[in-house]
Design a protein around this ligand. Structure first.
Ligand SMILES: Cc1cc2nc3c(=O)[nH]c(=O)nc-3n(C[C@H](O)[C@H](O)[C@H](O)COP(=O)(O)O)c2cc1C
Length: 108
């Protein structure tokens, strides 16, 4: 059997959490993400400017990539359908924002 090409494996959709001054923490579902570099470790996400999260990201320049487990599949879809402009996604999903240890703003 040929060696499997790792780049052809399915990769997970992620839940990206964002926060900004005077705003509630938000969650956006992202399929378009990846690794720029292993050394230094650098990841990227692609967020359309029309997303509410985009303005939060532009302001804070910080985000956290969360890899959802299988039991969060519906919730991952939900966060990719509704906007944080209209809905508190943490409240609606029951997910809890907790302070990050190395990201500046709390609640990411
Ligand atoms: C499975 C899935 C993957 C998605 N991937 C992306 C993505 O890579 N980039 C993006 O800008 N939007 C993506 N979206 C759309 C956003 O998650 C969606 O527009 C979301 O409601 C934006 O939330 P916000 O307005 O709170 O920022 C995806 C949606 C789904 C369901």
């Amino acid at each position: 059997m040929n060696k499997m090409n790792v780049s052809s494996l399915p990769e997970p959709t992620v839940l990206v959490t964002v926060n900004a001054e005077d705003k509630k923490p938000n969650i956006i579902t992202i399929a378009w993400r990846g690794v720029f570099s292993h050394s230094p470790a650098t990841v990227y996400i692609a967020v359309h400017p029309a997303r509410y999260s985009y303005s939060m990201l532009k302001e804070s320049m910080e985000y956290v990539i969360n890899i959802p487990s299988e039991n969060l599949v519906k919730l991952t879809d939900y966060c990719g359908i509704v906007s944080g402009k209209n809905v508190d996604k943490f409240k609606e999903t029951g997910l809890t924002p907790i302070p990050a240890s190395i990201v500046r703003r709390s609640g990411l």
